[in-house]
Design a protein around this ligand. Structure first.
Ligand code: KG4
Ligand code: ZN
Length: 333
């Protein structure tokens, strides 16, 4: 089964070709970082215009690298949501047009399920049931996947997504966009114990996350000590990163122990973060929990993961009609 996947939910235009749900024949990602960097964040209108310009060549490149023709595809999978509506519309419209012209089965994929399915493209895919921590620029949530294609929401952020917090903290520290990799780089020279940033506690016992308190603390720290030296910036970056990692690891392990699951998937753009991968790995090992983390390039937005999730849904008999529409607030659970 050969499936073409298309991803355009935010600021990456991506296409991939996957055989039999596991063998990646091509995986093309066109980043828009350079377009949005001057604004310190993604500008939705610029994102959709850029998608429109490059989506054709990106799909062609994915097909060429895979040595596959559109007419020979067994399916087309496209991100239907969540994401920016203008960006999603580009991918959905192209996918529908291709599916109609070539009479190819079409399926809409939830972007967050795509992130989870990145774990199935590794040499060590998870088996159900498992707990998935999806940490991206727009979402931070824990899902219990008891069986294939079904998810229960265990906890989520009450304010910023973890990636959003990284991006905002990086902006405050003048480290540029996207913030996650910039914070990680700066933190390598800093002391994670230099500043004690507060970790939010949920008084109602919910397994939710909150990052706005840490972000506000970074903002206050920066405003009270202008201008920060390079060493201070590194210390704040390291301390901020340590606080975010601590919150993510603590809540995830607690939820896994409470639910009695023995497997955890860590995925989404923030899962590319080295210290997070190491800290969750160490804590999971301590509790005899198997941890599945896709390689960094499959954690950040890509179409391989959308194709993997789409193949699973096509195999389950799911089909989208030509009336399929972009759904910016599509939920996974
Ligand atoms: O999953 P993703 O590529 O796009 C969304 O679906 O949002 O995630 C992007 C987010 C951004 O906020 C970016 O700063 C963050 O992932 N990110 C990282 C790292 N690489 C990307 N955060 C921390 N450390 C990283 N190495
Ligand atoms: Zn994403």
């Amino acid at each position: 089964m050969i499936v073409l996947g298309i991803e355009s939910s935010c600021d990456e235009t991506a296409a991939a070709v996957l055989a039999d749900g596991r063998r990646l024949l091509s995986n093309v990602v066109a980043s828009q970082d350079a377009i949005h960097a001057p604004y310190g964040g993604v500008v939705p209108e610029l994102a959709s215009r850029r998608h429109l310009e490059v989506i054709g060549p990106v799909i062609q490149q994915a097909l060429d690298q895979a040595g596959v023709k559109l007419a020979n595809l067994d399916g087309i999978a496209v991100t239907q949501g969540p994401g920016l509506v203008g960006s999603l519309l580009i991918g959905c419209s192209v996918a529908k047009a291709l599916a109609w012209v070539h009479r190819t089965p079409l399926v809409g994929v939830n972007h967050l399920e795509g992130h989870v399915y990145a774990a199935f493209l590794t040499d060590d895919p998870p088996t159900h049931p498992f707990l998935a921590l999806v940490v991206s620029g727009g979402h931070t949530a824990l899902y219990h996947a008891r069986e294939p294609l079904r998810y229960t929401l265990v906890g989520q952020t009450r304010d910023d997504a973890a990636g959003e917090a990284f991006d905002k903290a990086a902006k405050l520290l003048g480290l540029g966009f996207p913030g996650g990799p910039a914070i990680q780089r700066a933190a390598e020279q800093g002391d994670p114990r230099a500043v004690a940033f507060p970790l939010a506690q949920m008084t109602d016992g919910a397994r939710d996350f909150s990052f706005s308190g840490i972000k506000t603390s970074v903002s206050l720290y920066v405003k009270r000590r202008p201008p920060l030296s390079a060493a201070q910036v590194a210390d704040v970056a390291a301390s901020f990163q340590a606080a975010v990692v601590k919150m993510l690891v603590r809540k995830t392990i607690r939820a896994a122990l409470h639910l009695g699951v023995k497997r955890v998937v860590l995925t989404g753009g923030v899962a590319a973060n080295g210290p997070l991968r190491q800290a969750l790995g160490a804590e999971a090992a301590e509790h005899c929990i198997a941890l599945h983390i896709p390689p960094p390039q499959l954690c950040t937005d890509n179409a391989a993961m959308i194709t993997a999730a789409g193949t699973a849904r096509l195999r389950a008999g799911e089909r989208a009609g030509l009336d399929m529409n972009a759904r910016p607030d599509l939920a996974l659970a």
